[in-house]
Structure formats: C-alpha cells, structure tokens
Design a protein around this ligand. Structure first.
Ligand code: OAD
Ligand code: ZN
Length: 405
C-alpha cells in the first residue's frame, strides 16, 4: 500500500493506483508509479489527460438521483426502493466508540501514541520489513488491542441491519479488529481489505496457525514462533502490513461489486491509504455517495486522473449532483439514518441484546488475560529467586511472592 511517512522520507511501498492504460484505453487498477500532472504523459494531443477528457466528453451527462443533497435525500432514495445494492466502506472511525483508537486523529490516534515503542517512524509498526527484524513492538501493541475485549458499535450493527434488510451488496473494511464478524455480519458480505487477526502464518514455512494459538502467545507476552521442526519462524497474524499484498478477495469483489453499486456509504476513514481510498471513485457515475465522518478528509489531492474521470467528491461544488457529507460520529450518523428510515427502535434493541451477550464473553477473556499476567509475574519472581542477588533483593521477591500466595 502507498503510504506517507512522517519523517518525510519517501515510502518504499508500492503505489497502488488507478491509471489510464493507453493501450487498452481503460482506466485500470494496478501497481504503477504516480503520474505527475505536468509530466510528458499528460501533455499534447496523445496525452493521458487528453484521452481521459475525450472519454468523459463522449459519456452521457450525469443524472442526479437524490431529491436533495443531504441525509434526507439519501433516506428518500433508500425508502423509495431505488437502491438494492448498497456498498459500505469503513475505517478505524467506526470502532473508536468501542475504545479502539484510530490511526491519524491528533492526540488520540495510534500514530500519536507510539513513543514507548521507539519506532523510526509511526507506520513502522505495520511495516513488513521492520516487523521481520523487530517483531516486539507489534506484538506488545497486539496484546493491548487483542480482538475480543471490544464490543461492536451501533454503526457495526447498522451495517448488519442493511444486510438483514436485503440492501447490502458488500461491506469493505480497513479494520483488523474483527468487530464486523463479532456483530454477526455474514462473512460472505465482508471484505477485510487489510486482513484480520482470525488466522496467522509462519513467515518462513507459511504454516497456518489459529487465532487461539496466537491468543495464548500474545496475551502471555511471548513472540509467537513456528512449531514446525527446525523452522522457528515468526508467526504473523494475517493482517496486511505496508509491503504486503491485499487479500485476493479484495480484488475479486471490487471487480464484481462496484459496477453494481447503487449507493455508497463511507464511514470513519480518512481515505488516505491506497488502494482502499480510491474505491470511492469506482462506483458508477450517477451513484450517490454518503460520507459520514468527524472531518472532511481524503477529499483533496486525489489522483489527477480521477478528477477527469469519475471525479473526486464534490460536496461543496456548484455542480455537485450526488455527494453528501454528514459531519459527526458514525454512531450518531447511523442512529440518525435509522430514525429517518423508521428503524431506530430495531437498532437500539439489537445493540442492547448483542452487547448483553458479549459482556459475558468479555468477562471470560478478561479473566484469561489476568491469569496470564499473574502467571508471568510468578515466573519472573521465581526466576528472580533463583538468581544471585543482594540479600535485600531476595527478601523483596520472597515477600512479594508470599503476599501473592
Ligand atoms: P484514520 O485514523 O486514518 O482515519 C479515521 C477517520 O475517522 C478520521 O478522519 C477521524 O476523524 C474519523 N473518526 C474518528 N472517530 C470517529 C467517529 N467516532 N465517528 C466518525 N468519524 C470518526 O483511519 P483509517 O482511515 O481507517 O492500515 O486508516 C486507514 C489505514 O491506515 C488503516 O487500515 C491502517 C493505517 O495505516 C494499516 O495499518 C495497514
Ligand atoms: Zn515455519
């Protein structure tokens, strides 16, 4: 995935972008270097810009399908039965109310809170090359954020409700917290673009490991190592790091889905990481797009080619005919939508019932974490006891362990 590094160094990560293929005369999706607006490719009658503009000029003019360019317009569109294939796209902002930090929010975001890991730059936490040499920071963070301790949010249940009501074509998430699955969303309807913690593989021999195997190691603060004879490779959860390929299901579903999408709902993402962010431009030219977020980000500096093809978002433009921005939390956005759709009581009840069920499981997991922590303390203490030390050091250890007993 393409990335920006905070230290200003260019990323070595491949730059996945849409681009105009001069041979096939198609906008395609691939691993290419960025196309500069003033490069030779963009100048003259044979230029990329000329070709893209020509393609646009020959297309039919866009049609406004929404009565009004606001939430009511979206609600009327859904109520009027005008859409049956909604795609939802999400990022970390849909899980912050569950207690999981997002990445880029100032102060609270993960990338502002990684000093203790002494990383060369914040995104090194998810950089494959860095992880292979230094897996410790990632596994410490994984212990803190281990899936299962968090509950899906009202927004997650709203997405599931769209499926229950037969309206969801697919949910694309960048999140690795597995909250969509915990909310009960049908895995068939889900594309985890950046992978998940549900499975893991040895980086050397590729042997697969279960979430349970990882959970025991991660919660015990041990780096998971391959148990295959003489391998001993690091076992990495199947989440997509910078430098990893995206799962095959991502490209398969993108191909299959986006042309059919009749309403796109984007929630809780800064839309800065590619190729995910570019999906918002892949829906048909008339398809309405609703963006629910605390701030209007990711809508500037889009790939130059987009501006001349399906275009970037036009929230504030005079010629906007399909883009709606709703500023606020994802949960509030989903509650407001459900209220206007007449689904609010249903959503409130689902959240109540599901959270009650999960509370029991969370208690079990918390006791597991506590057990591992106390086992670790005990083994550290017994190691300390066996070590030569000063008389007073030994005493302290002994008295501590007595207190525990
Ligand atoms: P970001 O942290 O970049 O963006 C989260 C967005 O959600 C921000 O614009 C916030 O303002 C907004 N937000 C936060 N809480 C919200 C709430 N309760 N309601 C509405 N909006 C809220 O997270 P992502 O866009 O998900 O990749 O980041 C994309 C990728 O960058 C991640 O998947 C991760 C990261 O590097 C990898 O690690 C591979
Ligand atoms: Zn192995």
């Amino acid at each position: 995935m393409a990335s920006k590094r905070d230290d200003g160094e260019p990323s070595t990560v491949p730059n996945m972008k849409w681009y105009f293929d001069k041979k096939t005369k198609q906008i395609v999706f691939g691993d290419v270097s960025a196309i500069e607006p003033d490069s030779e490719e963009m100048k003259g009658p044979d230029s990329l810009l000329y070709e893209v503009k020509k393609k646009l000029d020959t297309g039919p003019p866009p049609v406004q399908l929404l009565d009004t360019l606001d939430l009511d317009g979206i609600v009327n569109f859904i109520k009027g039965g005008k859409c049956q294939n909604i795609i939802t796209m999400a990022g970390a902002g849909i899980s912050t109310s569950a207690g999981i930090p997002d990445f880029r929010s100032p102060v609270t975001g993960l990338y502002d809170n990684l000093e203790k890991y002494d990383l060369p730059y914040p995104e090194a936490m998810f950089d494959l090359e860095y992880f292979q040499k230094t897996p410790g920071p990632f596994f410490s963070l994984a212990k803190e954020l281990w899936p299962g301790i968090f509950k899906p949010t009202p927004c997650h249940y709203f997405i599931k409700m769209l499926h229950t009501k037969g309206l969801l074509l697919r949910h694309y998430t960048q999140n690795i917290d597995t909250l969509e699955i915990q909310s009960g969303l049908d895995p068939e309807k889900l594309v985890e673009a950046h992978g998940s913690f549900r499975t893991a593989h040895c980086l050397i021999c590729k042997k697969e490991y279960s979430k349970e195997f990882m959970e025991d190691k991660v919660l015990a603060g041990v780096i998971p190592r391959c148990e295959h004879t003489e391998c001993n490779g690091i076992v990495k959860p199947d989440i997509v790091f910078f430098g990893d390929m995206l799962p095959k299901k991502f490209s398969d579903c993108v191909e299959e889905d986006f042309g059919k999408c009749d309403l796109l709902i984007i929630m809780g993402t800064s839309l800065v990481v590619q190729p995910f962010a570019s999906l918002s431009h892949r829906v048909p030219i008339n398809t309405p797009r609703l963006y629910i977020n605390l701030e209007k980000t990711g809508t500037e500096g889009v790939n130059f080619a987009f501006i001349f093809f399906t275009g970037g978002f036009k929230f504030d433009d005079k010629d906007n005919y399909r883009d709606v921005f709703w500023k606020g939390t994802c949960d509030d956005g989903c509650f407001t939508l459900s209220q206007k759709l007449g689904w609010k009581d249903e959503l409130v009840n689902i959240v109540k019932q599901e959270h009650a069920k999960i509370n029991k499981e969370v208690l079990l997991l918390k006791s597991k974490v506590k057990k591992f922590s106390s086992q670790k303390t005990k083994s550290t203490e017994s190691r300390n006891l066996g070590k030569p030390g000063t008389h007073s050091d030994s005493k302290i250890s002994v008295s501590k362990s007595k207190r525990k007993i």
